[in-house]
Each structure stands twice: as C-alpha cells, then as structure tokens.
Design a protein around this ligand. Structure first.
Ligand code: SAM
Length: 277
C-alpha cells in the first residue's frame, strides 16, 4: 500500500477548507492499521464518511464488497470519480452525513461496517446519530480526536467519564486500535488522534425501560459535575418524594456525584423512577 494523497492534492490544485475538518492522511502505516483494525472482507458493505481525495477509500475498495462514500465538499466529487474509476464497487453521495437516511440507504444490506477518518468538528453529533438511529452497522472504525476517544472509553470516577462514555458504552464494546500523531496528515491538525473500533452489541449493555428518561437522567447528572446527584436531578422536574424513594430503592446515596455511578446504576435508577412515575 502506498498513498498518493499529496500528488492528488497538487494535481487538482485542491484547496483545503478548514471549517470542513479537512486533514488528509499521508501515512501508510496508519492506513494499514485502519483497514486491518476494521476487519473488512468481501462480504462487507462499507460506508465511509468524508473520503477526501480517496486515500482510505482506495484501500477499503480492495478489501470490501462495496464502498459507499458520503462527502459534503462538492469540489472533491470529480476528483474521487476520476481517481477511483477503476473500482466498479465504488459509489459516492455528495451530501452532509447528518442528513443521510441510513435506514433507507441500508435496507437491502446485511453486513455493514462504517470506516472513517471523521471531520472532527462533527464527531460527537455523528457518533450520537449513528448509534441512536439503530441502523444496521456492525461496527464503526473511526479516527477521532484523542480527547474524544478518552471520553468514549472512560470509566466511572474519572474526569473524562460523562454522557458520551455512557452513550457509546450502552450500545458498543470499545476497542482502541492506535494513536496517530499530527504528522500523519496534511495539513497537520493541532491535536493527537486515536483510531477506535466500536462493535455494536446485539442488545444494549443494560436493560432500560425508557431510553429517553435514561439519557435525560444521565445528561442532568453530568450537566453540573460538581453537584450532588440530588441537586443535579432536582432540576428534572420529578417529584422530590418520588426521586428520594427511587434513590433509596436502588441503594444510591443522593450525596454521591453523577460521575461515580456505573451504567448499571444509571439503568436501575431510571427504571425505578419509570416504575414510580
Ligand atoms: N478520508 C480522508 C482521509 O483520511 O484522508 C479525509 C478525511 S478528513 C479528516 C474529513 C472529510 O470529511 C473531508 O473530506 C471533509 O470534506 C468531509 N466532511 C466534512 N464534513 C462533512 C459532513 N458533514 N458530511 C460528509 N462529509 C464531510
């Protein structure tokens, strides 16, 4: 595998748009590790978000049954079509990924894997909508900012632990594949990156009766991190006696802070509140 990202950028005189998070990969070792880490094979239908000039796309096309790439920057579409014309299994959609209806797009497919060097400015909304949407993805292998990866993989009682950790760990197993330095991209981003793989669980990690309530309780618990659970949850508009009873029923001390609760404890608490409501 040998990338020609720099040659393609200069051949088409491509101008980077910073606001679109355009940092293109130029490191063959990283490319190899992403493709290997994603475990893509000939059965797989791959969705790639933000193909750029097609560096990662080309490697995925060699391994997968099909690669469907979604790119927002219309200047990149003719470049991708020309550079990847030898691959009949390549398709491109010129659209904002947040506006794509994946349920419709993937209705005929069984084995779908998402692979992407994500535009960092929309990492969290993309992950959140891909997971909550209950789409057919088996796994998401994504390059993201190190700081976001740390939050995703965090355990209780750490400063990184929060709503994002719980959202991702509710739906997925998290595996860190490797760290990537700014020197692996053009232009260089200001931050370190991490490649992680999120393997969708067959069913969510904990049994939750009302997901909306579960995530609402989680968000409130972390909104004001220094507050006790009692003070954070008071703002939810739930009757105080009921809240006190629920906390007692599930043996959670109301003076604890949200960041000390495990995912099981959040599930028990929200299920108990739901029952009492
Ligand atoms: N995959 C290429 C690589 O690894 O070299 C480029 C990755 S670059 C970090 C992110 C890509 O996402 C850019 O091509 C950018 O134009 C595209 N992008 C940014 N926002 C997008 C959005 N909302 N929907 C789809 N693509 C987007």
């Amino acid at each position: 595998m040998q990338n020609n990202t720099k040659d393609i950028v200069s051949k088409y005189n491509f101008k980077f748009t910073k606001s679109l998070g355009q940092n293109f990969l130029i490191d063959d070792g990283v490319l190899k590790d992403i493709v290997k880490g994603a475990e893509v094979d000939k059965e797989d239908f791959v969705i790639e978000i933000g193909p750029g000039v097609g560096t990662l796309t080309k490697e995925l096309l060699k391994e997968a049954k099909k690669v469907l790439a979604i790119e927002l920057d219309s200047d990149l579409i003719p470049i991708l079509k020309e550079e990847l014309k030898e691959f009949p299994n390549f398709e491109i959609i010129n659209k904002d990924v947040l506006k794509v209806d994946f349920n419709d797009l993937l209705k005929e497919e069984d084995s779908v894997k998402l692979v992407a060097n994500l535009p960092y400015y929309v990492t969290t909304p993309i992950i959140s909508s891909l997971l909550k949407g209950n789409h057919k993805f088996k796994s998401l292998t994504i390059m993201i900012q190190k700081e976001v990866a740390d939050r995703i993989a965090a355990e209780p009682n750490t400063k990184e632990y929060g709503s994002l950790s719980l959202l991702v760990q509710y739906y997925c197993d998290v595996k860190v594949i490797r760290r990537v330095s700014p020197a692996s991209f053009i232009p260089r981003p200001k931050v370190d990156s991490i490649v992680i793989r999120l393997d969708k669980l067959n069913k969510p990690r904990v049994d939750v009766k009302d997901e909306e309530l579960f995530f609402k309780i989680i968000r409130s618990s972390f909104n004001m991190r220094r507050k006790t659970l009692w003070n954070a949850l008071k703002g939810l508009g739930i009757n105080k006696d009921l809240l006190g009873e629920a906390l007692q029923n599930v043996s959670i001390d109301s003076r604890r802070r949200g960041e000390t609760l495990s995912i099981e404890e959040f599930a028990n608490l929200s299920n108990n509140i739901k029952e009492l409501l």
